[in-house]
Design a protein around this ligand. Structure first.
Ligand SMILES: Cc1ncc(C[n+]2csc(CCOP(=O)(O)OP(=O)(O)O)c2C)c(N)n1
Ligand SMILES: [Mg+2]
Length: 190
Protein backbone atom coordinates (compact mmCIF):
# COMPACT_ATOMS: atom_id res chain seq x y z
CA UNK A 1 0.00 0.00 0.00
CA UNK A 2 1.23 3.47 -0.75
CA UNK A 3 -0.19 6.95 -0.34
CA UNK A 4 -0.15 9.84 -2.78
CA UNK A 5 2.24 12.40 -1.29
CA UNK A 6 -0.16 15.24 -2.13
CA UNK A 7 -2.92 13.54 -0.09
CA UNK A 8 -0.56 13.23 2.88
CA UNK A 9 0.37 16.91 2.56
CA UNK A 10 -3.29 17.94 2.53
CA UNK A 11 -3.89 16.09 5.81
CA UNK A 12 -0.87 17.82 7.35
CA UNK A 13 -1.86 21.26 6.06
CA UNK A 14 -5.41 20.94 7.36
CA UNK A 15 -4.49 19.88 10.90
CA UNK A 16 -1.04 21.29 11.69
CA UNK A 17 -2.22 24.47 13.39
CA UNK A 18 0.81 26.58 14.34
CA UNK A 19 3.42 23.93 13.55
CA UNK A 20 6.39 24.99 11.45
CA UNK A 21 6.90 22.78 8.38
CA UNK A 22 10.18 22.16 6.55
CA UNK A 23 9.45 20.42 3.25
CA UNK A 24 12.16 19.33 0.83
CA UNK A 25 12.49 17.61 -2.57
CA UNK A 26 9.21 16.41 -4.11
CA UNK A 27 7.11 17.62 -1.19
CA UNK A 28 8.29 21.17 -1.99
CA UNK A 29 6.25 22.12 -5.10
CA UNK A 30 3.05 20.52 -3.79
CA UNK A 31 3.42 22.20 -0.40
CA UNK A 32 3.69 25.60 -2.10
CA UNK A 33 0.21 25.21 -3.55
CA UNK A 34 -1.36 23.30 -0.65
CA UNK A 35 -0.10 25.59 2.14
CA UNK A 36 1.09 28.87 0.62
CA UNK A 37 2.58 31.75 2.58
CA UNK A 38 2.55 30.25 6.04
CA UNK A 39 4.90 28.99 8.74
CA UNK A 40 7.11 27.00 6.41
CA UNK A 41 10.58 27.03 5.00
CA UNK A 42 10.84 25.06 1.77
CA UNK A 43 14.35 23.88 0.89
CA UNK A 44 15.72 21.93 -2.03
CA UNK A 45 19.44 22.37 -2.69
CA UNK A 46 21.03 20.99 0.46
CA UNK A 47 20.25 17.31 0.21
CA UNK A 48 19.86 15.77 3.66
CA UNK A 49 19.85 19.17 5.36
CA UNK A 50 16.12 19.62 5.99
CA UNK A 51 16.20 17.74 9.29
CA UNK A 52 19.15 19.80 10.53
CA UNK A 53 17.33 23.01 9.60
CA UNK A 54 14.23 21.71 11.38
CA UNK A 55 16.33 20.70 14.38
CA UNK A 56 17.68 24.24 14.69
CA UNK A 57 14.18 25.70 14.60
CA UNK A 58 12.91 23.12 17.09
CA UNK A 59 15.71 23.92 19.56
CA UNK A 60 15.20 27.67 19.15
CA UNK A 61 11.42 27.47 19.55
CA UNK A 62 10.77 24.57 21.95
CA UNK A 63 7.15 25.61 22.44
CA UNK A 64 6.33 24.99 18.77
CA UNK A 65 6.02 21.73 16.88
CA UNK A 66 8.41 21.44 13.94
CA UNK A 67 7.60 18.96 11.17
CA UNK A 68 10.30 18.02 8.67
CA UNK A 69 9.03 16.57 5.37
CA UNK A 70 12.10 14.67 4.18
CA UNK A 71 13.06 12.55 1.17
CA UNK A 72 14.30 8.99 1.68
CA UNK A 73 17.38 9.46 -0.52
CA UNK A 74 18.18 12.70 1.29
CA UNK A 75 17.98 11.09 4.71
CA UNK A 76 20.09 8.17 3.52
CA UNK A 77 22.78 10.58 2.33
CA UNK A 78 23.00 12.22 5.77
CA UNK A 79 22.16 9.25 7.94
CA UNK A 80 24.30 10.60 10.77
CA UNK A 81 21.74 13.38 11.19
CA UNK A 82 19.49 10.80 12.91
CA UNK A 83 21.99 10.51 15.76
CA UNK A 84 22.39 14.30 15.86
CA UNK A 85 18.63 14.75 16.26
CA UNK A 86 18.33 11.94 18.80
CA UNK A 87 21.26 13.34 20.78
CA UNK A 88 19.64 16.78 20.96
CA UNK A 89 16.33 15.07 21.88
CA UNK A 90 13.93 17.88 20.88
CA UNK A 91 10.52 16.95 22.28
CA UNK A 92 8.78 19.08 19.63
CA UNK A 93 10.48 17.52 16.57
CA UNK A 94 8.70 15.31 14.02
CA UNK A 95 10.54 13.73 11.12
CA UNK A 96 8.28 12.54 8.29
CA UNK A 97 10.19 10.54 5.69
CA UNK A 98 8.49 10.31 2.29
CA UNK A 99 9.75 6.90 1.22
CA UNK A 100 9.26 6.42 -2.53
CA UNK A 101 12.35 4.25 -3.07
CA UNK A 102 13.92 6.64 -5.60
CA UNK A 103 15.71 9.94 -6.02
CA UNK A 104 12.66 11.29 -7.83
CA UNK A 105 13.87 14.90 -8.07
CA UNK A 106 17.08 13.98 -9.89
CA UNK A 107 15.50 11.53 -12.35
CA UNK A 108 14.11 8.61 -10.33
CA UNK A 109 17.36 6.66 -9.92
CA UNK A 110 16.83 3.91 -7.35
CA UNK A 111 17.92 4.69 -3.80
CA UNK A 112 20.28 1.94 -2.56
CA UNK A 113 18.03 -0.69 -1.02
CA UNK A 114 14.95 0.98 -2.51
CA UNK A 115 11.84 0.35 -0.44
CA UNK A 116 13.60 -2.30 1.66
CA UNK A 117 15.61 0.16 3.74
CA UNK A 118 14.07 0.34 7.21
CA UNK A 119 14.22 3.93 8.44
CA UNK A 120 12.11 3.05 11.47
CA UNK A 121 14.77 0.67 12.70
CA UNK A 122 17.46 3.24 11.95
CA UNK A 123 15.65 5.96 13.89
CA UNK A 124 15.14 3.61 16.81
CA UNK A 125 18.81 2.62 16.64
CA UNK A 126 19.83 6.28 16.67
CA UNK A 127 17.72 6.93 19.76
CA UNK A 128 14.55 8.66 18.54
CA UNK A 129 11.86 8.52 21.19
CA UNK A 130 9.48 6.74 18.82
CA UNK A 131 9.35 5.61 15.18
CA UNK A 132 6.82 3.76 13.04
CA UNK A 133 5.71 3.32 9.43
CA UNK A 134 2.40 4.25 7.79
CA UNK A 135 1.27 3.26 4.29
CA UNK A 136 -2.43 3.99 4.44
CA UNK A 137 -4.01 7.43 4.20
CA UNK A 138 -6.86 6.73 6.61
CA UNK A 139 -4.38 5.49 9.18
CA UNK A 140 -2.24 8.59 8.66
CA UNK A 141 -5.30 10.84 9.09
CA UNK A 142 -6.27 8.94 12.25
CA UNK A 143 -2.82 9.08 13.79
CA UNK A 144 -1.90 12.64 12.79
CA UNK A 145 -3.26 14.26 15.99
CA UNK A 146 -0.89 12.06 18.02
CA UNK A 147 1.95 12.88 15.64
CA UNK A 148 1.28 16.53 16.47
CA UNK A 149 1.29 16.06 20.23
CA UNK A 150 3.36 12.99 21.17
CA UNK A 151 6.74 13.61 22.70
CA UNK A 152 9.55 13.67 20.12
CA UNK A 153 11.87 13.19 18.48
CA UNK A 154 9.51 11.09 16.41
CA UNK A 155 10.12 9.58 12.96
CA UNK A 156 7.31 8.36 10.73
CA UNK A 157 8.23 6.48 7.57
CA UNK A 158 5.51 7.21 4.99
CA UNK A 159 5.15 4.82 2.08
CA UNK A 160 4.31 7.00 -0.90
CA UNK A 161 3.91 6.93 -4.66
CA UNK A 162 5.71 9.47 -6.82
CA UNK A 163 4.60 13.11 -6.61
CA UNK A 164 3.02 14.74 -9.66
CA UNK A 165 5.71 17.45 -9.69
CA UNK A 166 9.34 17.71 -8.67
CA UNK A 167 11.44 20.83 -7.99
CA UNK A 168 12.81 20.29 -11.53
CA UNK A 169 9.42 20.21 -13.29
CA UNK A 170 7.94 22.92 -11.05
CA UNK A 171 10.77 25.24 -9.96
CA UNK A 172 10.30 28.62 -8.33
CA UNK A 173 8.77 29.80 -5.10
CA UNK A 174 10.06 32.41 -2.68
CA UNK A 175 13.91 32.50 -2.54
CA UNK A 176 15.29 30.57 0.44
CA UNK A 177 16.87 33.58 2.19
CA UNK A 178 13.57 35.46 1.95
CA UNK A 179 11.64 32.52 3.43
CA UNK A 180 14.12 32.37 6.31
CA UNK A 181 13.69 36.09 6.99
CA UNK A 182 9.90 35.82 6.80
CA UNK A 183 9.77 32.83 9.13
CA UNK A 184 12.17 34.41 11.65
CA UNK A 185 9.99 37.49 11.68
CA UNK A 186 6.81 35.46 12.25
CA UNK A 187 8.42 33.38 15.01
CA UNK A 188 9.66 36.50 16.81
CA UNK A 189 6.11 37.81 17.20
CA UNK A 190 4.64 37.17 20.64
C1 LIG B 1 25.02 16.43 -2.12
C2 LIG B 1 24.06 16.37 -3.23
N1 LIG B 1 24.14 15.37 -4.14
C3 LIG B 1 23.25 15.29 -5.15
C4 LIG B 1 22.28 16.23 -5.30
C5 LIG B 1 21.33 16.14 -6.47
N2 LIG B 1 20.00 15.79 -6.06
C6 LIG B 1 19.06 16.74 -5.90
S1 LIG B 1 17.61 16.09 -5.46
C7 LIG B 1 18.20 14.52 -5.43
C8 LIG B 1 17.32 13.36 -5.09
C9 LIG B 1 16.48 13.51 -3.83
O1 LIG B 1 15.85 12.28 -3.56
P1 LIG B 1 14.95 12.06 -2.29
O2 LIG B 1 15.55 12.68 -1.10
O3 LIG B 1 14.60 10.62 -2.21
O4 LIG B 1 13.65 12.92 -2.63
P2 LIG B 1 12.55 12.71 -3.78
O5 LIG B 1 13.03 13.52 -4.95
O6 LIG B 1 12.45 11.26 -4.08
O7 LIG B 1 11.32 13.29 -3.16
C10 LIG B 1 19.55 14.52 -5.81
C11 LIG B 1 20.37 13.29 -5.95
C12 LIG B 1 22.22 17.26 -4.32
N3 LIG B 1 21.29 18.22 -4.35
N4 LIG B 1 23.12 17.31 -3.31
MG1 LIG C 1 12.84 9.61 -2.68
Amino acid sequence: MAMKPEDVLRVIAAARGEAVCVPTMTTAPAWRTIAPNDLSVVCVGFMGGASSLGLGIALARPERRVIVLDGDGSLLMQLGSLATVAGAAPRNFVHLVFKNGVYHTSGSQEVPGGMDVDYVMMANGAGYRDAYAIGDLDEFRRRFPAILTDEGPLLVELHTTLAAETPMTAPGGVPFHQQVEDLSEKLRRP
